[in-house]
Design a protein around this ligand. Structure first.
Ligand code: SAH
Ligand code: SF4
Length: 375
């Protein structure tokens, strides 16, 4: 597979069903071609119109002139000892994004952690992506391209038993709700039967709390929602998740309630809580968290802080993490601890860092601070 380069042809990879129908109408073809071509692309992993044997030779030739199926280039692919697979992908401008596929312990689920942006502008204090600054939004093709690469690496999906990706979480690099216009079509493809056919409970968008966009999301698409809370009072959350200064905890939880009201089933919001040693891992924090979430139908996921150089934070001990879990349990919450997977290939979901080529000033300053520290 070749890396993405600029082209004037329409890239069909990122088109939702509506988008694909509009494309076929624009070239004077019938709408039903959309489903046919989508199946070739997303079920078969096909990127060559010539192979699409249920299309006429004339249409195949026409498509090759005006369109293309252009996925990200695979720069690195690795599998860790625990079965976690990781891809480093090269996208349009030579930036790299990382995608990881994490198998569940019992082997029934394989969750793909997908990135939405190169870097992130929100600068959460404990997040390595935030430290890199923001470079750019990924296109819809680059977002769904991550699923496409993972899918085709194990061969065509002809039946549900042969699904390398059973769940998707938008928990890689970037804030998905700040790239709404590209994330939504990509998520539609994840749900579409002509795309990846995943159920709405198996596609999760994680946000640090862009409140107006949570409302918009609920109006437009039905997926599961995860909230990166990490603190149960505004003072601490302002420090850890700076967007809290704009949309505070009350605003955020109200938006979660409105989101749930739009779901037609008994959905829960997932609350992500990264445990940071001596910052938010004490009994008072567990109590505040339990009190705060009393009214919200939710489940809590505990994520031990994933250390990276010069973060200034530490991971709590295993004992402290379990104590925190126990406090929550006594307060009525069963909160699983999300274990870090794929450590040996540096593939922790939510901390896809590393080799992003970033040219922003913030990143330069960060690098300089590291160098100063090292002196
Ligand atoms: N921007 C979105 C999605 C990407 S981050 C969001 O913030 O929700 C995915 C998850 O990983 C978030 O819950 C984030 O807070 C968490 N995370 C980021 N850096 C981390 C770190 N160093 N250790 C543990 N979790 C981290
Ligand atoms: Fe961005 Fe999410 Fe990292 Fe915050 S935690 S800086 S929103 S990627």
């Amino acid at each position: 597979m070749t890396a993405i380069t600029q082209s004037s042809r329409t890239n069909l990879l990122g088109l939702s069903h509506e988008g694909m129908e509009a494309f076929f109408v624009s070239i004077g073809e019938k709408k039903f071609r959309a489903a046919q071509v989508m199946k070739w692309i997303h079920h078969e992993g096909c990127d060559d119109f010539e192979a699409m044997t249920n299309l006429s030779k004339a249409l195949r030739t026409r498509l090759a002139e005006v369109a293309e199926i252009r996925g990200p280039g695979v720069v690195y692919e690795g599998t860790s000892n625990d079965g976690t697979r990781k891809w480093v992908l090269e996208v349009e401008d030579g930036s790299y994004v990382e995608t990881v596929l994490i198998p569940s312990d019992n082997g029934t689920r394989r969750t793909l952690c997908v990135s939405s942006q190169v870097g992130c502008s929100l600068d959460c204090s404990f997040c390595s992506t935030g430290k890199q600054g923001f470079q750019r939004n990924l296109t819809a093709a680059e977002i769904i391209g991550q699923v496409w690469v993972a899918q085709r690496s194990v061969g065509p999906r002809r039946d549900t038993a042969n699904r390398p990706v059973t769940n998707v979480v938008m928990m890689g690099m970037g804030e998905p709700l700040l790239n709404y216009d590209n994330v939504v079509p990509a998520m539609k493809l994840m749900l579409d039967d002509n795309g990846y056919g995943l159920s709405k409970r198996r596609v999760t968008l994680s946000t640090s709390g862009v409140v107006p966009m949570i409302d918009r999301l609920g109006d437009e698409i039905d997926v599961s929602l995860a909230i990166s809370l990490h603190a149960a009072n505004d003072e601490l959350r302002n420090e850890l998740v700076p967007i809290n200064r704009k949309y505070n905890i009350r605003n955020l939880l109200d938006a979660c309630q409105r989101y749930l009201a739009k779901c037609d089933d008994t959905r829960l919001v997932t609350i992500e809580y990264t445990l940071i040693k001596d910052v938010n891992d004490q009994q008072e924090h567990a109590e505040q968290l339990a009190a705060l979430l009393k009214e919200l139908p939710c489940k809590i996921n505990l994520i031990p802080f994933n250390p990276f150089p010069h973060s200034g934070y530490e991971k709590p001990s295993r004992n402290q993490t379990m104590r925190f879990q126990q406090w929550l349990y006594e307060l009525g919450y069963t909160a699983p601890i999300r274990t870090t997977r794929g450590d040996d290939i540096d593939a922790a979901c939510g901390q896809l860092v590393g080799r992003v080529k970033d040219r922003t000033r913030r990143h330069e300053r960060y690098i300089q601070s590291i160098q100063l520290d090292a002196d």
